[in-house]
Write a protein that binds this ligand. Structure first.
Ligand code: CAA
Length: 382
């Protein structure tokens, strides 16, 4: 077993850390306050290879492995969670799916602009009545005589929806077949029949724009079907496996930022004549924070390593996301508690870390869904 990172992995980690600390972290408070999409910063991430880390150079990406992706995501999330949400959707949910299931033409047309950072991608699975139960979708695609499809229906909670140029969309093509009746499509939001709905006001990751989208007689050409007809659910689940590694990394970045601020604070802040870091109740919290942080990172790196070996990694990704997201919630909660009034104040970023951490237990599969995936894998029962 080798715990050392390669030179290439360390290089992208360094690039991500530099941008996160110099550009992203200083603007995080502003973007959180105004809830504005940080387009210039996202372009900068794209120009530095961070929007298509695992995308081969021939499609405009950095051509690195999943471990490099984890390292870079952690750095960006430690700078600001909302930026890392946009980064993870572009990398894992958009580029990854097209790279795995797309044709050569689809990779050139759709992956390149996203990987280069000149356009934003999104992933549309969830609907108002269909979240964890993804096969309950009602958005419908009807096949035409020439092989094209006409799409009608709504999708909700679409991360980057307000600004996305291209979307990987899942729609029902044969409701009688359930999961096997879902097909994936590549959507150009500039085409007629695509509409954006209300933007969601959110507790955290406020700079990552989220909205409803609607399709009204939107026409998709046969060449814009991703994978085979009826293969959509497997594509969605496979893409989400990769996405869960990204969200685990995001959770680790948020938790690390909260932990580092807390470490400084417990050395400086005095009470009863001593730094609060000398009190056993604070020490216990620090020790537990560090253990949870490292355990989350190790599980996430393992999931990324298995992915890089070309093996199925659904269980490893679910374990990583479950552990890291619950660790992030716990660590940011303790960080606020240790900072007391300052933790609750908007003068420090602790309350933002706490608000941002919550989403990692919800999107790309709730903690309950991760437990279901793990337990089904472990027991073989359904
Ligand atoms: N990889 C490949 N195939 C998979 C798979 C995976 N990880 N998981 C399931 N499948 C296949 C199964 O093998 C099965 O195939 P067959 O028909 O050939 O047997 C098929 O898919 C159906 O599988 P299940 O019977 O297990 O499906 P289910 O209805 O019981 O659902 C579930 C399983 C785990 C609950 C799944 O629905 C799930 O993960 N739900 C959560 C959805 C989710 O994560 N949504 C997040 C929204 S996107 C988002 O959050 C983006 C954002 O904003 C950033």
């Amino acid at each position: 077993m080798d715990f050392a990172f390669t030179e290439e992995q360390l290089l992208i980690q360094d690039v991500a850390r530099r941008i996160a600390q110099e550009k992203i972290a200083p603007s995080a408070e502003h973007f959180d306050k105004v809830g504005e999409f940080p387009l210039d910063n996202i372009r900068l991430l794209g120009e530095n290879g961070l929007m298509g880390i695992e995308v081969p150079a021939e499609y405009g990406g950095a051509g690195m492995d999943p471990v490099a992706y984890v390292l870079a995501m952690v750095e960006i999330a430690a700078g600001d969670a909302a930026h890392s949400t946009i980064m993870s959707v572009n990398n894992s949910l958009f580029c990854n799916g097209i790279l795995t299931w797309g044709s050569e033409e689809q990779k050139q047309k759709y992956v390149r602009p996203i990987a280069e950072g000149s356009a934003i991608g999104a992933f549309a699975l969830t609907e108002p009545q269909s979240g964890s139960d993804a096969t309950a979708m009602r958005c419908k695609a009807v096949k035409q005589a020439d092989g094209s499809f006409v799409i009608n229906g709504k999708k909700s909670w679409i991360t980057s929806g307000p600004v996305a140029r291209y979307i990987v969309l899942f729609a029902m093509t044969d409701a009688d077949k359930g999961a096997r009746g879902i097909t994936a499509f590549l959507i150009d939001t500039d085409k007629p029949g695509f509409h954006r709905g209300k933007t969601e006001p959110k507790l955290g990751i406020r700079a990552s724009a989220t909205c409803e989208i609607e399709f009204q007689d939107y026409l998709v050409a046969a060449e814009d079907v991703l994978g085979e007809e009826g293969q959509g659910f497997k594509i969605a689940m496979g893409v989400l496996d990769a996405g869960r590694i990204g969200i685990a990394s995001q959770a680790i970045g948020i938790a690390r930022a909260a932990y580092e601020k807390t470490l400084e604070y417990v050395k400086d802040r005095k009470a009863f004549g001593a730094p609060i870091g000398t009190f056993q109740m604070t020490q216990a919290k620090i020790a537990d924070m560090k253990c949870k942080l490292d355990a989350s990172l190790l599980l996430t790196l393992r999931a990324a390593w298995v992915k890089g070996q070309g093996q199925r990694f659904s269980n490893e990704a679910a374990m990583a996301k479950l552990t890291a997201s619950e660790a992030a919630m716990w660590i940011t909660h303790q960080a606020v508690q240790i900072h007391g009034g300052m933790g609750y104040s908007k003068e420090m970023p602790l309350e933002r870390y706490f608000r941002d951490a919550k989403i990692t237990e919800i999107y790309e599969g709730t903690s309950e869904i991760q437990r279901l995936v793990i337990a089904r894998n472990e027991t073989g029962l359904r």
